[in-house]
Write a protein that binds this ligand. Structure first.
Ligand SMILES: Nc1ncnc2c1ncn2[C@@H]1O[C@H](COP(=O)(O)OP(=O)(O)OP(=O)(O)O)[C@@H](O)[C@H]1O
Ligand SMILES: [Mg+2]
Length: 253
């Protein structure tokens, strides 16, 4: 019943994205039809250059030049003004970028609190909320560090904390654990998994098949198209999560 009333969060029809002109022209996205419902946790995989980041940029309203239709929460994105798109982006969408950029002259706490400015939260409250989320990521002792004083993995965790501080309902993550060791990856994936359980929609690009076991749906892309699209129920998800660990043990013998 609810499905009939609530529109999908994301609906793409005939999405195409071209780069270059003349002989150099090529399709980074070459005809994607995709519907993502509220509360799905989608993992996207595929070889380098197949269009994953390009797709996330379009979904996150960062790239407006494409062909085809994109409906966000049932509304055609083409009909939403630039101003309103910017508001949606800052309040509803959390972006975890492949190349996380912290502001170098702000300390960690201020970096994480930054997105709350756009929500109109007062400074003391901003810093309090940022401090709480940093604690979840085991970074509370680094609050007053500057970005250049952190390791690559710590920087990535701060960038993720910053993407989540606004409590966005849609989280777009481009290889969120790319630079992290397995323990740190686990902390991030548990955090994303928690957000998923609380009803948020997550779309995550990863090269690591083990991390797709947290997702309820795995999409593989090839040459700008969707190659495979598989959904898993909760039981299957639990099974999948146990499987790779056993496989890994066997390999070690
Ligand atoms: N600004 C651009 N100008 C021209 N071509 C681009 C541009 N951005 C991306 N491309 C091309 O579009 C294709 C898809 O790139 P994209 O960054 O989406 O790949 P990806 O799947 O995210 O790869 P990776 O796994 O390496 O991050 C590639 O062939 C890339 O060279
Ligand atoms: Mg990419």
């Amino acid at each position: 019943m609810a499905d009939a009333i609530i529109p999908p969060v994301i609906h793409l029809r005939g999405l195409e994205k071209r780069f270059g002109l003349g002989d150099a022209e090529h399709y980074a996205i070459n005809g994607i039809n995709l519907t993502i419902k509220n509360g799905e946790f989608v993992a996207i995989m595929g070889p380098s250059g197949c269009g994953k980041t390009t797709l996330l940029n379009i979904l996150g309203l960062l790239d407006r030049s494409y062909d085809g239709e994109y409906e966000l929460d049932g509304q055609s994105v083409a009909s939403i003004s630039k101003r309103k798109q910017a508001r949606i982006r800052s309040q509803q969408i959390g972006f975890i970028f492949q190349n996380f950029n912290l502001v170098p002259r702000l300390n960690i706490l201020e970096n994480v609190a930054l997105p709350l400015i756009y929500k109109g939260v007062i400074r003391t409250k901003r810093l309090k909320i940022a401090s709480e989320i940093l604690r979840n990521f085991h970074l509370n002792e680094r609050e007053y560090y500057m970005p250049h004083q952190l390791s690559g993995g710590q920087t990535q965790r701060v960038a993720i904390a910053r993407a989540l501080v606004n409590q966005p309902s849609i989280i777009l993550a481009d290889e969120p654990t790319g630079n992290l060791d397995s323990r740190a990856s686990h902390i991030i994936m548990e955090e994303l998994s928690d957000l998923h359980k609380r009803g948020n929609t997550i779309i995550m690009v990863t090269h690591n098949p083990r991390l797709t076991t947290y997702a309820s749906r795995v999409i593989t892309m090839l040459d700008g198209k969707i190659d495979t699209d598989t959904k898993f129920n909760v039981q299957q998800q639990i099974k999948r999560r146990k499987k790779p660990a056993r496989k890994l043990k066997r390999k070690k013998k």
